[in-house]
Write a protein that binds this ligand. Structure first.
Ligand code: G3H
Ligand code: 13P
Ligand code: ZN
Length: 308
């Protein structure tokens, strides 16, 4: 089937009280691992790309690959722009055939974020393209950030309500304690579940958790065993993800876990078999490993088996 908008996928998830994974892809193998897992699990999925992915692989290549991949399948997939920061990139993606875009104005003052987001909503409405936006800011574990400052970066529920009313977006990315990358927490993961619940009650639209990778210690150990340097890497454990879903999260962004899985598999194969030099034998196992991790996520998020 053709690509569908993300709104329809996420509204089903809200109804069914589960979440859908949004997986970042940068090349054919990552895309195939998402497709393979979704087919195996009969799960909807969002395939997302950043501006960086577009620069790396090329817009035409990415869109053609995704359209080709989904065409013969009876599973709903959306093609989503992740963290679009400018109107121009949103326009280019819509023109190229994306069915969903994120406009990330979280770095702007509130009113400017509203104005930019509104422009994207106006642009997308007539084209059946869904819009995600963000308020609040995801922060990492930088030493120089005080607790007060970190708290102030989290999404304010009242502000979220106003933002949704004034923009008409379809999904809202919230800052509730997670951050991008492999170093999310210094010790235990801490998510503000009450905040998720409050935002959900006040806005009533699908909520998105960015920075949601679990940074599985087993994968980190495997990568480290074969030479990676990942000291202090820590993510959001599966039980925290489950709790976040129960409070209202229904889109979950995963990139780092795919990167780590890819790296660990490639390091291993090159280390254990120094005689190989066929790219298919090097990247193939990484593709399989990513597919396995995505299946695990689909089971965890509750999206497995939702496509009849
Ligand atoms: O937030 C999204 C990604 O994890 C960062 O991806 O390196 O393609 O910009 P990027
Ligand atoms: P991770 O870095 O935790 O995978 O988050 C990815 C993300 O939020 C992409 O938008
Ligand atoms: Zn993100």
């Amino acid at each position: 089937m053709s690509l569908v908008d993300s709104k329809s996928i996420l509204l089903e998830a809200v109804k069914g009280k589960y979440a859908v994974g949004a997986f970042n892809i940068n090349n054919m193998e990552i895309l195939q691992s998402v497709i393979d897992a979704a087919v195996d699990r009969r799960s909807p999925a969002l395939i997302q790309v950043t501006e960086g992915a577009i620069e790396y692989a090329g817009m035409d290549y990415l869109v053609a690959m995704v359209k080709t991949a989904v065409l013969k399948l009876k599973i709903p997939f959306a093609l989503h722009l992740d963290h679009g920061k400018r109107l121009e990139i949103v326009e280019a993606c819509i023109k190229a055939g994306f069915t969903s875009v994120m406009i990330d104005g979280s770095f702007l003052p509130f009113e400017e974020n509203v104005a930019l987001t509104r422009k994207v909503v106006d642009l997308s409405r007539s084209r059946q393209v869904s819009v995600e936006a963000e308020i609040g800011r995801l922060m990492g574990i930088e030493d120089d950030i005080s607790v007060d400052k970190k708290e102030a970066s989290l999404t304010d529920p009242q502000e979220a309500k106003r933002f949704v009313e004034e923009t008409g977006i379809d999904a809202l990315a919230v800052a509730v304690g997670t951050s991008h990358g492999a170093y999310k927490f210094k010790s235990e993961a801490k998510l503000d579940y009450d905040r998720i619940e409050a935002i959900q009650k006040l806005t009533g639209i699908p909520l998105v958790l960015h920075g949601a990778s679990s940074v599985d210690p087993e994968v980190v150990n495997k990568a480290t065993k074969y030479g990676a340097e990942l000291q202090g890497a820590r993510g959001v454990p599966p039980e925290s993800i489950k709790k976040a879903i129960s409070k209202g999260i229904c889109k979950i962004n995963i990139d780092t876990d795919l990167r780590l899985t890819f790296t660990a598999a490639i390091r291993k194969i090159l280390a254990i078999d120094p005689s190989i030099f066929d790219p298919r034998k090097i990247i193939g196992p990484a593709r399989e490993a990513m597919s396995e991790i995505i299946k695990f996520k689909m089971d965890l998020f509750g999206s497995s088996g939702r496509v009849r």
